[in-house]
Ligand binder design. Structure first.
Ligand code: HEM
Length: 193
């Protein structure tokens, strides 16, 4: 196994360890850290979208090097996205829910966040060689769930106010549009052949 893979794996184990340890040190400061975990999750999610887009546009030179590097570690990055999102959920709301039960009302932006997390779950669970082999073509179909997830993240962040809409919602929406456009671009090229 190469050293990059080892580093990614070590980071994933660290995320799991931090989450487990946090269960024993539940306090208000975790909410602040939870917001950071949400930021990291969305940033890495954007990065994970890049190699697919670059591949569909058949980029060359430096961009192709970036594409190949990210493609190679995309599965690890995807797991990191999920772990950050899950930690974000646990520290922002999950631990409160375990301690005091479900709140009587849930703001709409959190509902969007929960659905995004639920959609990321099958992607997380199938991010391993065994699932790729077992699911065959369906694995790719399953991974189209990243598009509704990106859309839900546009809603999750934008429904929190204009500043979040500009910082997180707008870049997510732009990436989603480019993803969809790159798909149309590829199918046009295939049809014209
Ligand atoms: C894929 C799943 C998710 C991602 C990527 C995500 C991402 C984010 C981001 C980027 C922010 C803005 C953070 C900041 O700058 O302060 C945020 C805020 C927030 N999210 Fe999520 N989120 C997700 C799911 C959830 C879920 C499931 C919940 C809980 C039900 C949740 C609850 C919150 C709350 C309460 C805030 C407001 C933080 C504040 O007060 O500043 N999120 N989320």
């Amino acid at each position: 196994m190469n050293s990059h893979k080892k580093h990614f794996q070590a980071f994933i184990y660290l995320q799991v360890l931090v989450l487990i340890v946090s269960l024993f040190f539940y306090n208000y400061d975790l909410k602040l850290a939870g917001a950071f975990s949400g930021k990291f999750s969305i940033w890495v999610f954007w990065i994970v979208a890049i190699p697919g887009i670059l591949q569909r546009f058949r980029v060359k030179n430096k961009l192709q090097k970036i594409q190949l590097f990210l493609m190679k570690y995309r599965r690890y990055l995807g797991i990191i996205v999920f772990n950050f999102a899950f930690i974000h959920f646990m520290w922002m709301r999950g631990l409160d829910i375990i301690a005091t039960g479900l709140p009587s009302s849930i703001p709409l932006y959190q509902v969007f966040g929960v659905i995004a997390l639920v959609l990321l779950t099958p992607l997380f669970l199938t991010s391993n060689n065994y699932s790729v082999k077992k699911l065959g073509k369906f694995w790719k179909t399953l991974h189209t769930l990243v598009y509704p997830t990106m859309f839900l993240l546009v809603l999750h962040t934008s429904f929190q106010g204009l500043d979040y809409a500009l910082i997180y919602g707008l870049p997510s929406a732009i990436i989603l549009v480019i993803q969809i456009y790159s798909h149309i671009y590829v199918s046009k090229i295939q049809k014209s052949k």
